[in-house]
Design a protein around this ligand. Structure first.
Ligand SMILES: Nc1ncnc2c1ncn2[C@@H]1O[C@H](COP(=O)(O)OP(=O)(O)OP(=O)(O)O)[C@@H](O)[C@H]1O
Length: 244
């Protein structure tokens, strides 16, 4: 569960987040949409406990990630845009290595089953990461979080640079994790992919949440128009499909 309550964060005289509130229950996927500089990475940094808000509160499974970083990071799977893994180790060896760092030792069969569960075919498990596509590396990143029993997944621009088939596989994997109870927050520029993947969508502009939408209840055309209108005229409220 992710709760941001009236969070404000400034860097010098720049307001990166302005009274941002997001309530994301367990088992749901939230797409945080916004252009460059909207405040998406700042939101992820707050949830990872790297920075603390100037005002407002941040809670992850009920805990403050800044005050209890080691506890909350245990439950977070963070998948960066370019997942950092060891290129000369295989998928299996990378998974084993990162599990051991987290204090977890699994037999090879369990590691292999985890990679398969996250969509990596068994023929790839023993191959070096240097031959993996971006989508496959992301799946290893997600497998690491899955093996650590993460309850919260934070993803930064996961769809960028993936082909349509990889995008679809990633959506399906994240939806499966959500059905199993994971809480997932995704920062993205990709409106269509986010709409197809997420339950809720929030549009962020200059650190302000301009609107929240239930993905199933809005069309991509309306979402795109709303997004572009907000980017041009931030104070014009959108009349339809509002979640609240
Ligand atoms: N450490 C920092 N010091 C100064 N300004 C910062 C810092 N971090 C973020 N900012 C500023 O805060 C605002 C929000 O930045 P943030 O990186 O959160 O946006 P973003 O939505 O993630 O953008 P992008 O899509 O380009 O990654 C920007 O104006 C940025 O320049």
């Amino acid at each position: 569960m992710i709760q941001l309550d009236k969070v404000t964060k400034t860097f010098g005289n720049k307001t990166a987040l302005d009274s941002l509130s997001i309530n994301l229950p367990k088992g749901e996927i939230y797409g945080l949409l916004g252009s460059n500089g909207a405040g998406k990475s700042t939101t992820l940094s707050l949830l990872l406990g790297f920075i603390r808000p100037d005002h407002g509160s941040v809670r992850l499974d009920g805990m403050d990630p800044f005050d209890r970083p080691s506890r909350t990071r245990k439950s977070i799977g963070y998948i960066a845009e370019n997942v950092s893994l060891y290129p000369y180790l295989s998928g299996l060896e990378n998974l084993d290595y990162f599990c051991r760092i987290a204090g977890l030792r699994y037999p090879k069969s369990k590691l292999s089953a985890t990679l398969s569960e996250c969509g990596l075919p068994s023929t790839s498990h023993d191959l070096p990461l240097s031959g993996y596509s971006k989508g496959m590396r992301q799946k290893v990143g997600i497998a690491i979080a899955y093996a650590k029993n993460a309850t919260v997944y934070l993803l930064d621009e996961p769809a960028s640079g993936l082909d349509p088939a990889a995008n679809l596989e990633l959506s399906q994997l994240l939806q499966k994790l959500a059905r199993q109870g994971a809480t997932i927050l995704i920062a993205s520029h990709d409106l269509l992919w986010a709409k197809e993947t997420c339950d809720q969508l929030g549009i962020l502009r200059d650190g302000k949440l301009m609107g929240e939408y239930a993905a199933l209840e809005t069309s991509i055309g309306k979402l795109e128009k709303t997004y572009l209108d907000f980017m041009k005229q931030p104070d014009v409220p959108y009349a339809g499909d509002h979640k609240k």
